[in-house]
Write a protein of this length. Sequence first.
Length: 272
Amino acid sequence: MPALAEIIAVLERSYPPRLAESWDAVGLVCGDPAEDVARVLFCVDPVEETLAEAEEIGAQLIVAHHPLLLRGVHGVPADTAKGSLVHRMIRGGIALYCAHTNADSADPGVSDALAEAIGLVVDRPLDPHEPGGATGIGRIGHLSAAEPFAQFVQRVADALPVTVPGVLGAGDEDRPIRTVAVSGGAGDSYLAKATAEGVDAYVTADLRHHPAGEHLAAAGTVPALVGLTHWASEWPWCGQASALVGAAFAGTVEAHVSTRCTDPWTIRATTQ
């Protein structure tokens, strides 16, 4: 049975902390690197639902994409939301490790998992760290054959876990889609980049009204947009990271992907 430190070493070879943005908080949040780990849960959000899932399956480690303590804190008292999770994990012998923007930029990383889920062949990063490099934010890829935009939007919806808000498309439903940019997580800051790359469609999460509207109103041909929830766009990465650990410690570590939807939107009302 490997020690926590050994599992962290595998994760950091694939998702090097040096790739994280300067403002990010990645790495081990709580847990003893010397403790043995037999079962790991991979999830997007380190929240009450996923901690409860880890407890139910008897996991000694949670690997989450989003940091629990992104902004500076001066304490983790048990009567606060995040502090209560830290106390609960420590009492239960559950470690927490977070791979955030380092997993976004890694090769392969979060956007590779999203691209693979929707059937794209990845060609290059959307915003590479250096010209011709393999690491960076987002990915540009292509479908084996062009298909109408409405069909492509349905392809994306069919490939990702169900959320209450669902998947939205903005563009001509008959437009042929072959080249596609994707960015797991909030990606409207890369709208101009996707346009400059000349792709047919851009798939990302948390598209805001004004940036999306201004993008679609721009002169010339711009990519059609496919809008996802943040959680759904990053969930495929859990399978990618789980497979890494499962392969590295085959027969000694059980790697589980969380089945709990932690998207915050839970009710959808229809208007008359």
